[in-house]
Design a binder for this molecule. Structure first.
Ligand code: BGC
Ligand code: NOJ
Length: 814
């Protein structure tokens, strides 16, 4: 069953009924002002940091009832009847409801009793504000008098404090209303120099800024007293809960349309020019008024929207493909790339499943995210890499995450995740291959943000590499530390206290438990660093890296091979995890995917065997589960992984992030059918038809789909903010379609399903547009290339020497 459909030409997903199984959201903003918006107008906004600079409130824990939003109410002033054109919060009867989620905007439209309302929500480029552009049309045969009410509930900036510290917050709220603009200025009188403003293009009939006055005592957002009686009260918030609500009256003749624009913005004043007059407590509005005037103007608003569209044309225009599979095309050309930009912007902070309060940008996650967006915004990838590296510790280790506003590392989710440092090498490798910008390696970058500690970025990579070597366990495999990629394999935790965090508790000295996954990652990263060092002229470094990679490869084959698949880890007692010897958790996906990715076992058949075992033991129609058999009870020596009921999350859920590792591994052993088959099993567009099972948005990946041990097998959770986005994008674009940036040029090495006659693609790479046509002449993966009509040796297309910026590539597979 479906709840909407793709509009491919417009790059939109059109939701056609508001009661989706879960809130189906979109993101507004792509630079510094961001918002979440659900198909029913729910969601909130923030400036840069979802926790520290929250503009409006959201209420969690109510899913699918998503609550707190950008709500508009309409009222027929003759009959007194009122409704929400976005369905929420009044949930009245609507005709023709639709929500079009597009690239950085959403349009929610509906009709009620002959009145149609369509609101376009977006954040203009280079601005810290959002626009709600409401068009009302009277489709009745008689004139109508309407009232439109806007509403937002302000957050008192620090979202966690806002949610918990009422003894203070009920007394601090402050607003100003000036020239019909509502200003939210809590704490502006003291240390903040920023405020929010909420303006409307039309002359107001009234306004409210105190929640209780607007809603009326003991009422909810579904029946605000002001809307019910058709008049705002002009309330000014003193403490309690400041809101913003405008009231506009609109008279429409039959067939007539009117547009009303609401604008919510964030603004900062210079610290020494906060007040006007200077010694008053009144906000200096001189700096913001021109902006307010600009966006009250419909022509300016339309122009801003066109600029946003053009921006997305440019971003998505870097890689476009046409294949025999609509789901592949849709994800590659539009939605997967779009999701990669969302994970770049949001990391794991704000979604239906992430409160925006708990988490900053993860070191591991952000480095992996680079794989999915570096080609679209290389200069921002560069900045991200340098920010991440600046939080690295002198030991080469990493804070697990950092706060985007301060750019400082934090230990909120523990430290000593021993895989973390290696992802920096992976991320930098991806950047170098995409851009060829070797200067980044010489950028001076501090450790732990400490001034004076700067070293070239290259030195950071060397320390990342050494980090594992300085932490080897009894079998010569890397010690796991707090955990590796699998945050829930907590082998040094041994927690028996309810509520204690698995992420921050350590009870062991950590000298025994080892990770085969990190060993695989180490081999991959060491080879990457060797390639980087080689090209930088650091021959000795290159040699060392390769020698250590080889040594680790041998160690994995000796101590990390279980006969038919790679072992997952050794626990604190030195016992295997992910082995036939185990009672449960005999085989895990991570080492099968990652060891093959690192090239381990490609020559001696281990790789193929490991992948066969994945197929036999882990593959399901909904994707590949993380391990089998699921843990049926709590194992103190394994930690959080065994806390999840079987089939969910890390305990044998289909953890979509690591499915593409197997996809890539299958391409590496030349198996295009299996690769694309696995790719399709979790492709959200391919799952659209079973939306009532999948339940999350059909246009973006979810972190997890319940595994076969779960009663809800096939049900997705944690959509949007997941490494799944980058890895699937990387797997399909660079390994199945096989258009892969390398240090020396663009490799064209597709590994396609046997039935595909070929495909075409357009890829912009280092300033050159490559038009690539792939056709199949035989069943295999052998590639012959012609560049501008001339055959070349090998599969790497070097940048054109003659300054050309368009190149035609013909690839024939046989
Ligand atoms: C989740 C992991 C997550 C970790 C750290 C765990 O509860 O299962 O997926 O990485 O928390 O936030
Ligand atoms: C989600 C985390 O964000 C990511 O870092 C981790 O690798 C996976 N969970 C697996 O535990």
């Amino acid at each position: 069953m479906k709840y909407g459909h793709f509009d491919d030409a417009n790059r939109e997903y059109v939701i056609t009924r508001p009661d989706t199984p879960l809130p189906w959201i979109n993101y507004l903003g792509c630079q510094s002002y961001f918002g979440i918006i659900s198909a029913t107008g729910g969601g909130y906004s923030y400036y840069r940091d979802a926790r520290l600079r929250r503009l409006t409130r959201g209420r969690y824990n109510n899913v699918p009832f998503d609550f707190g939003g950008r709500y508009i109410y309409l009222r027929d002033d003759k009959s007194g009847e009122y409704w929400s054109p976005s369905w929420m919060p009044t949930r009245g009867k609507l005709d023709d409801y639709s929500c079009r989620h597009g690239m950085g905007y959403s349009v929610i439209s509906s009709k009620h009793d002959g009145i149609s309302a369509s609101t376009r929500y977006f954040v203009p480029l280079d601005e810290t504000l959002e626009i709600w552009q409401l068009t009302l049309t009277n489709e009745r045969s008689t004139p109508v008098e309407l009232s439109a009410f806007s509403s937002v509930e302000f957050c008192l900036w620090e979202a966690l404090d806002d949610f918990t510290n009422f003894q203070r917050n009920f007394s601090t709220g402050q607003v100003e209303v000036d020239d019909e603009v509502i200003y939210h200025k809590t704490e502006y009188r003291e240390r903040r120099n920023h405020f929010a403003w909420f303006a409307c293009s039309e002359k107001l009939a009234g306004f409210d800024t105190q929640r209780e006055a607007f809603l009326g005592p003991w009422r909810g957002w579904d029946e605000p007293a002001a809307v019910e009686r058709g008049a705002s009260s002009g309330s000014i918030a003193h403490g309690w809960s400041p809101i913003g609500s405008h009231h506009v009256r609109v008279a429409l003749k039959p067939g007539e349309s009117r547009q009303i624009i609401f604008v919510l913005g964030y603004h900062e004043n210079p610290a020494d020019a906060k007040f006007d007059p200077p010694n008053s407590q009144t906000i200096n509005k001189k700096t913001v008024k021109p902006l307010i005037a600009k966006y009250r103007d419909k022509v300016q608003v339309d122009a801003a929207f066109e600029r946003l569209r053009a921006h997305w044309d440019t971003l998505l225009g870097v890689y476009q493909t046409h294949t025999p599979d609509i789901h592949t095309d849709r994800m590659v050309n539009v939605w997967n790339a779009y999701q990669c930009m969302a994970t770049f912007n949001m990391s794991r902070s704000a979604s239906t499943f992430e409160s925006g309060i708990g988490r900053g940008l993860g070191f591991r996650d952000s480095n992996q995210d680079l794989l999915g967006f570096v080609h679209m915004v290389p200069e921002r990838a560069r900045e991200r890499i340098l920010d991440l590296a600046a939080t690295q510790l002198p030991t080469g280790g990493a804070y697990h995450q950092y706060q985007p506003l301060t750019k400082k590392g934090n230990n909120d989710i523990g430290g000593n995740f021993n895989d973390d440092p290696h992802w920096l090498i992976v991320g930098v490798g991806a950047y170098l291959k995409e851009t060829g910008d070797w200067s980044i390696l010489d950028e001076p970058v501090p450790f732990d943000n400490a001034p004076g500690s700067e070293q070239p970025l290259y030195e950071h990579l060397r320390r990342s590499f050494r980090y594992a070597l300085e932490r080897l366990g009894p079998h010569g495999l890397p010690l796991i530390g707090r955990a590796d990629w699998n945050d829930c394999l907590n082998l040094n935790c041994f927690s028996n206290t309810p509520g204690e965090s698995f992420q921050t508790t350590t009870s062991k000295d950590g000298k025994v438990a080892e990770s085969v996954f990190i060993a695989g990652l180490f081999v991959l990263a060491a080879k990457e660093l060797a390639a980087i060092a080689e090209r930088r002229g650091a021959k000795d470094d290159a040699k060392t890296c390769l020698a250590e990679a080889e040594r680790m490869d041998a160690t994995v084959r000796k101590h990390g091979w279980d006969g038919e698949w790679f072992v997952r880890a050794y626990d604190d007692f030195g016992r295997k995890i992910g082995s036939k010897e185990c009672e449960e958790g005999k085989i895990f996906i991570e080492p099968q995917g990652f060891c093959v990715l690192a090239g381990i076992g490609l020559e001696d058949g281990m790789a193929k065997k490991a992948l066969e075992s994945v197929k036999t033991h882990l593959a399901t129609p909904h994707g590949i589960v993380l391990q089998q058999p699921a843990y049926s009870r709590y194992y103190i020596e394994y930690g959080e992984i065994s806390t999840y009921p079987p089939g969910y999350k890390e305990n044998a859920g289909i953890f979509c992030h690591n499915n593409p590792w197997v996809v890539i591994a299958e391409t590496m052993v030349g198996n295009g059918d299996a690769a694309h088959d696995y790719y399709s099993r979790i492709n959200p567009s391919a799952r659209e038809a079973i939306s009532d099972v999948h339940r999350c948005e059909p246009y973006v990946y979810a972190q997890m789909i319940a595994g076969r041990d779960a009663p809800t097998h096939g049900e997705a959770k944690n959509s949007w903010l997941t490494g799944t986005a980058a890895w699937n994008y990387y797997a399909i674009t660079q390994w199945i379609l096989g258009i892969r940036p390398e240090y020396e040029g663009l490799r064209i090495a597709p590994v396609l399903p046997a039935q595909w006659p070929g495909f075409s693609a357009m890829r912009k790479f280092r300033g050159v547009t490559y038009r690539i046509a792939v056709s199949r002449k035989g069943p295999g993966n052998k590639v012959s290339l012609k560049v501008d009509g001339k055959p070349i040796d090998g599969a790497v297309v070097a940048p054109p020497k003659d300054g050309k910026n368009e190149v035609a590539v013909e690839a024939v597979l046989s």
